[in-house]
Design a protein around this ligand. Structure first.
Ligand SMILES: *Cc1c(COP(=O)(O)O)cnc(C)c1O
Length: 368
């Protein structure tokens, strides 16, 4: 029988605030691979998996929330949506607005937005405004537009986004048969750590479905949530907002996280923590993922892996456990980092003549 993955709303409809009658806006998001990370497993002595969210339709986990937010926008009769974005939210909002037939305005901070993400927003026809300020300033304006003008806010302060993003946790439990012991992920605006924790909690207890009665618990436990911020943008580590966040990991360059309280709750209720990794550690982990695991991510996505490697070096990663790391966005979003060597110089391809003998010799091959 023909069956295609239907996107996270239809796949998890009985656990989301939708009904049979809801007009679902989807691009087939979710259903992303849970890849066994061989080298990280060898390193740590635990079984480590990567939840590869770069495989979503626009190349980041933002699509899980955007299908819900855009569905809610259409349900509310909106004609236009707005978001503030470090890049991936705008790429996702622009694509899903196109699918919904809505206008989309995106506010991006000045400088440091990757080419890949900008080109997506433009390709999908969004109106893109670069605000003379940082992400936090953009979000402030977007919220005020949503409050006082006829546009629908699709940032993760919209609870529909968190509802959609919690499906990442469902997929992991469905794939493994139970929750992992530890879940590791990057933390920026902190919507995702909040959403995963919500998903894990809902799957570990009976759930009152709006459409399907009481659903039984799916998992026997919940994981400890280990969040990692970039050291130059680590308000949870500082314990207060940071006014001038700075990191090469643009996706998590956020000084005043919108989901502050829910992220603190996820950290504390789960018995986890939120710590920081340096840009150097992030780039090392970025290289590790592509060179040792075969998974290409954008720098911000590597923060969780950087954190696990750092914790392992400190002797703080238990062995024999199941660990899942969300790698949040695709490497093609921000490919320039792959073309840099460890000393910072540009990688250039070796030029060879159109001749098999020279090519073989350049490859160190001898004729057999
Ligand atoms: C948005 C984003 C993050 C940060 O997620 P939050 O929910 O803001 O904490 C991390 N990595 C990538 C690639 C992102 O797009």
């Amino acid at each position: 029988m023909a069956h295609q993955w239907r996107g996270v709303i239809r796949e998890y409809a009985d656990r989301l605030p939708v009904t049979e009658a809801t007009k679902v806006i989807t691009l087939g998001e979710g259903g992303t691979p849970l890849v066994h990370a061989q080298k990280l497993s060898e390193l740590t002595g635990s079984t480590v998996y990567l939840k590869v969210e770069g495989m979503n339709p626009t190349g980041s986990f933002k699509d899980r929330g955007m299908t819900m937010a855009m569905t809610a926008a259409v349900e509310a009769g909106a004609k236009a949506v707005v978001c503030a974005s470090t890049g991936n939210t705008s790429a996702s909002a622009a694509a899903y607005a196109t699918a919904a037939g809505l206008k989309c305005a995106v506010l991006v901070p000045e400088g440091k937005i990757s080419m890949g993400k900008l080109s997506q927003a433009i390709a999908h026809g969004a109106t893109l405004l670069q605000v003379d300020g940082n992400f936090d300033n953009c979000l402030d304006i977007a919220r005020k537009l949503g409050d006082s003008y006829p546009v629908f806010l699709v940032n993760s302060v919209n609870p529909a986004r968190i509802q959609g993003q919690k499906t990442g946790a469902f997929e992991i439990v469905d794939a493994l048969g139970d929750a992992p012991d530890i879940h590791v992920l990057p933390v920026g605006n902190a919507g995702n750590i909040s959403a995963y924790w919500k998903g894990y909690k809902e799957y570990s207890a009976p759930f009152e479905s709006a459409t399907a009665g009481t659903l039984p618990a799916v998992s026997t436990k919940t994981p400890a949530m280990w969040g990692f911020q970039a050291a130059g943008a680590a308000p949870f580590v500082a314990g207060h907002p940071i006014t001038e966040p700075d990191t090469i990991a643009t996706a998590i360059r956020i000084g005043n996280p919108a989901s502050w309280d829910t992220a603190i709750a996820a950290r504390d209720e789960s018995g986890g923590f939120i710590e920081a990794v340096t840009d150097e550690e992030i780039l090392d982990a970025h290289r590790w993922l592509s060179a040792k695991e075969g998974v290409f991510v954008e720098p911000g996505s590597a923060a969780g892996v950087a954190g696990l490697i750092k914790k392992h070096a400190a002797g703080e990663v238990p062995t024999g456990k199941t660990i899942v790391i969300t790698v949040t966005g695709h490497g093609l979003k921000d490919p320039q980092w792959a073309l840099r060597t460890e000393d910072g110089s540009e990688v250039q391809p070796v030029k060879v003549p159109n001749d098999v003998v020279t090519v073989a010799s350049e490859l160190g091959l001898e004729e057999n």
